[in-house]
Design a protein around this ligand. Structure first.
Ligand code: AMP
Ligand code: ZN
Length: 187
């Protein structure tokens, strides 16, 4: 198995999961932690205990592990008494941190940590690979392939479309104001 114990910021998740106090819930093979820089009101990460660097190192033998990650993702939503429909569950198609991690994020995207267009598009375009799509791709192709540089560039340049209505924002402050209005309406 690949050894992904790296240096610096990219290995932050590996350090975080080493301390059991950071585990919200866990199973034999995986743990759930809080995302340290949540991009929405509720943002968790599900990680395998095994040293799997990222989605590009998955093969057919990992399908049961993916199912377990997904189960834990659903469990944390249940444990916190939230609604499954209010969450997105998936992987970043171009991850930055080491150790495979499944994002579990509430769809409000109301957070001071959501700052840049890159943050927004990473969760709200095809740069976010929904769990079901990742599972299906792995099952069909026996691996998950990287997006091309051109695909990433195109998706990164996507318009700032609201994820809850037809609104298209001019910039991030505009989008954040708008998302806050949606959130306030729900309270
Ligand atoms: P990705 O782009 O999928 O690699 O996302 C990595 C995620 O890890 C981001 O949402 C970060 O906010 C989060 N993060 C970075 N460092 C830590 C850490 N030390 N503990 C928990 N979450 C972290
Ligand atoms: Zn909207």
């Amino acid at each position: 198995m690949t050894n992904s114990v790296g240096k610096g910021w990219a290995s932050g998740l590996i350090s975080t999961i080493k301390d059991p106090k950071n585990h919200i819930i866990s199973s034999k093979d995986a743990v759930v932690i809080h995302d340290k820089y949540p991009k929405a009101r509720h943002h968790y990460l599900v990680l395998p205990k095994a040293d799997i660097p990222d989605i590009f190192h998955l093969n057919l033998s990992h399908l049961p592990l993916l199912e377990e990650l997904h189960l834990l993702a659903q469990n944390v939503i249940e444990v916190k008494s939230f609604q499954l429909d209010d969450f997105k569950i998936g992987f970043h198609a171009q991850p930055s941190m080491q150790r495979l991690h499944l994002h579990v994020i509430s769809k409000d995207f109301v957070s001071d940590c959501l700052k840049t267009k890159k943050h927004w598009v990473s969760f709200n375009t095809e740069l976010f690979l929904q769990y079901q799509e990742a599972y299906a791709r792995l099952k069909t192709d026996a691996c998950i392939k990287r997006l091309t540089k051109e695909q990433i560039q195109e998706l990164t340049a996507s318009a700032l479309e609201c994820n809850q209505c037809e609104f298209e924002a001019k910039n991030m402050p505009d989008l954040k104001r708008h998302l806050l209005e949606h959130w306030a309406q729900r309270q």
